[in-house]
Design a protein around this ligand. Structure first.
Ligand code: FAD
Ligand code: MG
Length: 297
């Protein structure tokens, strides 16, 4: 299949990029594997926050509405599946496979997102997106200024432990992950964060933290610091330069979301240090503009 523009990843960033290309009356193929990063929030019956006009709406509903609006444009084609074996062809077109379909695109937008590597605390993975989160701006408010626990997974827990008192009474469960320095301890004291050095054995109930000495600390919600990895190998297959962020690697992009590889653009969580729905939508707009304009300037 030969196409002018291909977008890999049909979630917030990819839908937004494809919308700009469709509105520029260009032909665009969107390939999507349907594994949005925040699908765990849908599974828990919770909602997405912080994107104005969509605040408090299920992530799946936001994405579904975006997809329905995009598919009204006749120049858009949608393919469910996983893109793989991406490469740059001699004529600088971008080739990849989706199952048995071979695609060759003039411009490619990567909107493939990241996946979260969670700390191996028993009971934590089952509560991810339900009562364990990583982003205070996304899920802090709904904890209603109650008891908030931080399960340290990396030294970035310190950052959480300084921020989260704005959202509730905060306990930092060090869990042997790091030892705060004198300066860090001062910062925690100033913010009123409690420190719990006893190791965490498991999580129970809604957000109860079971400690090695048998005590159980009941929390309204928990935060942790997943490491993020590219959800797809396509950026690596194409040779896109990466940047190492505090949470994990992301695709290096310039002002119009262009990557280091000619004719390849990237947007959303895959192409920034820490993402959100609104930021992904914004980056997607720029990636769509950038990919379109690159065909004429
Ligand atoms: P994603 O939404 O992750 O979508 C990437 C898409 O690309 C997926 O459909 C995936 O299957 C597809 N894909 C990947 N590789 C391929 C491939 N090779 N071929 C085809 N398709 C592929 N943000 C907020 O703003 N508010 C919130 O309340 C909020 N809550 C969150 C709660 C949790 C638990 C988590 C983990 C995240 C939350 N976020 C929230 C962050 C938000 O989920 C991300 O910022 C957002 O999903 C990024 O959008 P994206 O389009 O870049 O990537
Ligand atoms: Mg940018």
């Amino acid at each position: 299949m030969q196409i002018d523009f291909a977008v890999i990843g049909g979630s917030f960033a990819g839908l937004s990029a494809a919308l700009q290309l469709a509105r520029a009356r260009r032909t665009v193929l969107v390939v999507d594997a349907g594994q949005r990063r925040n699908r765990f929030v849908d599974d828990a019956g919770l909602t997405s926050h912080g994107f104005m006009s969509q605040d408090g709406r299920a992530p799946a509903a936001i994405a579904a509405e975006g997809k329905a609006q995009l598919l009204r444009y006749p120049s858009v084609q949608w393919l469910d599946g996983t893109a793989d074996e991406a490469r740059v062809d001699a004529d600088r077109r971008l080739a990849f496979r989706v199952g048995s379909t071979a695609v060759s695109a003039g411009r490619l937008v990567l909107a493939t997102g990241v996946r979260d590597l969670l700390p191996p605390v028993p009971g934590l993975a089952e509560r991810w997106g339900r009562s364990v989160f990583h982003c205070p701006y996304c899920h802090g408010y709904e904890l209603e200024a109650g008891e908030i626990g931080i399960i340290a997974a990396t030294p970035l827990a310190q950052h959480h432990a300084v921020m989260l008192p704005d959202w509730g009474r905060t306990t930092l469960f060090l869990n042997g992950v790091y030892t705060p320095s004198g300066e860090e301890l001062d910062a925690l004291t100033r913010r009123g964060t409690r420190i719990e050095p006893t190791p965490v054995v498991r999580l129970e109930g809604e957000a109860d933290v079971v400690l090695a000495d048998g005590r159980v600390q009941r929390m309204n919600g928990l935060f942790t610091q997943p490491r993020t990895l590219m959800a797809s190998a396509v950026a690596e297959q194409l040779g896109c330069a990466m940047t190492e962020g505090p949470m994990g690697p992301f695709i290096q992009v310039g002002p119009t979301q262009e990557t280091s590889v000619a004719n390849v653009f990237a947007c959303g969580d895959a192409a920034r240090a820490a993402g959100s729905v609104a930021l992904s939508v914004g980056d997607g707009v720029m990636a769509g503009f950038g990919a379109h304009r690159s065909t004429m300037f």
